[in-house]
Design a protein around this ligand. Sequence first.
Ligand code: 5RP
Length: 231
Amino acid sequence: MNTEEQKKAAALAALDYIKPGMKVGLGTGSTANHFIAALGEKVKAGLDVLAVPTSRSTRDLATKFGIPLTDLEKHPFLDITVDGADEFNEKFELVKGGGGALLLEKIVATSSRYMVVIADESKKVSTLGRFPLAVEVIPFGVRATAWKIERAMKICGVSGSIDLRRKEGKPFKTDSGNAILDLGLGSIPHPARLSELIKSIPGVVETGIFVDICGIILMGTKDGVKTFRKA
Ligand code: 5RP
């Protein structure tokens, strides 16, 4: 299977975890999109679920596929969230935020009993950090927030670039109206510590490091889908 087929296979395997009556968090990104399409087919065939999207793009896609939507105001406790990841390691630690939806993704995932990650095999790494780490920040004082992040990086023994994410020549805006700083670290030996330190900086809203949130990973491989379950 090529990468796209692996993503789709992982997404289809996630359907096994969806039971009638469940409230489901819907992730963002190309892998999550495969899941949304597949769930839409099940809904068309009569499956009764309610879903909470993690971004405008996911909301639009879920609407297109006829998936009934709700929100965390009406349903603050969800049964399951199915989402992609930019990287994961054997400790079930993730880097997310490549699509800029990390804040809503983290809120929805931590409101769910289970988070199931669906991914192709390129996302499995021995050490997180090859993929740039997204940090969502308030637009006010971005450069000042950036130097404080650099200081936090030093304290954690990591170094690298800090880039303001741009889209079509303009600073990228998240669905919550914030900016994203992408940290090119190469390696993150202590993800939880780095995330906590960065999150203690005024102006930082959230980081793309997910620790102790995901319990099941469905990874598409050349030969089929491999399931990792946290003990
Ligand atoms: C969006 C995310 C995505 O889950 C992550 O970027 C993976 O995307 P894709 O499935 O397209 O590889 O965190 O904020």
